[in-house]
Design a protein around this ligand. Structure first.
Ligand SMILES: [Zn+2]
Length: 178
């Protein structure tokens, strides 16, 4: 990691991280649908292109040839390839999408007003009913905006919920009994 990278904020970096993660999700989905290849030399992973619709098949033979799967690695041109499909062991870790955990969260909507305009809070609670994060949402006809609640405001929301509804087990129990 370069000095420059350490100084960049998450707000500046999230665009690249988002793109990187969604490239993996799209690649995973494409391999499950069409199969793919892994290069044994450089570990590059790619998928065979989607089968084009009969109606949209290109007339140009050069374009047709380009859509054929290549017999060498597009990155390093090695020929030692492993064919992979949806049943491949460890496909998620091949693609780099092997989640460390799946954690259950509860989402609670606190609706203050209906219709146009309307506003509400969305709260995220852990399975013990503790407040993890919250956002404020405002909607008017065909329009809407949302804001993450942070710092002192988040503490205010926590105190308000605690006072009016309770947090933790008491909130979870009252929500389940509705
Ligand atoms: Zn390669």
């Amino acid at each position: 990691m370069t000095q420059d990278k350490r100084q960049r904020s998450c707000a500046e970096r999230i665009g690249e991280e988002y793109q990187d993660t969604f490239e993996k999700i799209r690649l995973y989905d494409a391999i499950v649908r069409n199969g793919g290849f892994r290069c044994r030399d450089c570990d590059h992973l790619w998928t065979t292109p989607d089968v084009p619709d009969e109606n949209s098949e290109p007339d140009d033979p050069e374009l047709q040839a380009e859509s054929e799967p290549k017999a060498d690695c597009p990155k390093c041109h090695a020929l030692d390839l492993e064919e992979i499909g949806p049943d491949t062991d460890d496909l998620p870790s091949f693609v780099g999408l092997d989640p460390l955990s799946l954690d259950l969260r509860y989402s609670v909507r606190v609706q203050f007003s209906w219709d146009g305009p309307s506003d509400h809070l969305d709260l995220t609670l852990d399975t013990d009913g503790a407040l993890l994060c919250a956002s404020y949402h405002f909607f008017d006809w065909f329009d809407g905006a949302a804001r993450e609640i942070t710092g002192d405001d988040l503490q205010e929301v926590e105190a308000y919920m605690q006072h009016d509804f309770g947090l933790g087990d008491s909130l979870l129990e009252s929500l389940k009994s509705r």
